[in-house]
Design a protein around this ligand. Sequence first.
Ligand SMILES: [Zn+2]
Length: 257
Amino acid sequence: MNLDHDTSPGGAGPSRGMSPAASAGTVSNDLVAANRILAGLGVLDGFGHVSVRHPDRPDRYLMSRACPPEHVEAGDIMAFDLDSAPLDGDLRTPYLERFIHGRIYASRPDVRAVVHSHAPAVVPFAASSVPLAPISHMASFLGGDVPVFEMREHFGMTDLLIRDNDQGARLAEAVADGAVVLMRGHGFCAVGRDLPEAVFRAHYTQQNADLQHRAIGLGGAVKYLSPCECELATRTNRQVMGRPWALWKSKFVAALD
Ligand SMILES: [Zn+2]
């Protein structure tokens, strides 16, 4: 799925008519909000992380220092180059798996936000021969084959974490031009053209996995969205993506406003 640029509400990136300074501040605040929202939705717990490409320097990205996403505040945000080296002499401890983010940004100029999650509802679909497939219109972005990254295929026996740029690059290859990649024995990543879209996709990936599991448990044949239904639903979802983002901000980050 190509993430072609559009100007629909919730679909645009940093070109919403904001000045560079306002854009940088907005993006930083939205990154704090995204951390709180993803923790509130159960997509992230004590682990996992979310990042955003720097709005003025596409060769950089922003992400919290290593801490629980629910606790992230503006002062925790660090800047990294696309090799995931901390910038500005920042000596705080970064997330171990930051290489996921740097390598995806390096390979996908269209991506401006990345979520990495260990959500338990999704992990079975990365380990099973049953593929994750769109069962709900809200997860229409899962249309087509959702790739599964197999760490063992490239690096043998590991602790399954993405610990360096080589491992991050292999994962980015698996993402290809898609919206989501599953990681066997580990979790998944969702990407987007901005934070609301990446958060939307991460949340509805988790929800779709739960719904699909329930449908399979009923025991009958399961009917998934067709490619055409996915395309039509994706167009609609892009028009309304701002609504859940606004709800989640008011619900989980009201104290920041
Ligand atoms: Zn992880």
